[in-house]
Design a protein around this ligand. Sequence first.
Ligand code: AN0
Ligand code: CP
Length: 317
Amino acid sequence: MRHFTNVKDLGNLNEAVKEALEIKKNRFAYKHLGENKTLMMVFFNSSLRTRLSTQKAGMNLGMNTMVLDINQGAWKLETERGVVMDGDKPEHILEAIPVMGSYCDVIGVRAFAKFESKQFDYEETILNQFIKYSGRPVFSMEAATGHPLQSFADLITIEEYRETARPKVVLTWAPHPNALPQAVPNSFADFMNEADVDFVITHPEGYELSSTFVRNARVEYDQMKAFEGADFIYAKNWSAFQDPNYGKILSKDRAWTVSDRQMAVTNNARFMHCLPVRRNMIVTDDVIESPRSLVIPEAANREISAQTVIKRILKNL
Ligand code: AN0
Ligand code: CP
């Protein structure tokens, strides 16, 4: 693997999950693979899990790791070519990227959608600039349109906890006070469409995701109906994708907050969320604290998904 930006880069998904579960059994089996190699993680946005789990994954592989928070201590970066730089940004990303590349062997990038231009976001302008100008393998730590390390960890978790051969997995929209990216639901749909699961998406009207990610998944606007017989409930907020509402909040309807009311019609479903989660907006205290909640093992698997990806990149260096 050279770069990791979406599900396709993993090739055969069953093989990838198998490899991840092997790594989980012995995290230090490849500790010489990353010897004298440097992992650089570049964050344009906040993070708790991605920062820690990816750094841990690099350390398990014997790598040296460096973290740069662009908004804390680095120069603010201009991202558009041709701009007269007389504003608040002292450095251009077109110099910053190759400079960063010169100090490391592998680069992870977190750069959320900015919601200023749908085209800028959905062309993955920032992530692709890193791929084009760093001269290094690049992997997404959540970019504008996807969060594949998260979805890979989610798939590993579903594989570990599924009780049937083909579980019913429901991705449900839930309310949030802020406008959040579509990256997590996009990637989750991308992975579930490739996995051996019965996949349903439910959200209020107006929250339709890009057809590139939804593909042939079933979309059900009635949340209770969608939840019937589900084995896994995956909750997430996202802002509108469709024009003219791109990046806007259309609803904060707390009837969509996942509670015992909806969980009662499932097949004693497991509850999942990528975290960070706003309690009693996305999910009630009772559901997230219940023995059926997987949010902690799911977060723990972020170390495993990251390690599998970085291991594959190192093998190909
Ligand atoms: C981010 C999002 O929704 O994409 C990161 C999730 C992993 N969440 C927030 O900004 C709260
Ligand atoms: N799930 C996830 O990516 O969390 P962070 O934003 O804390 O990294």
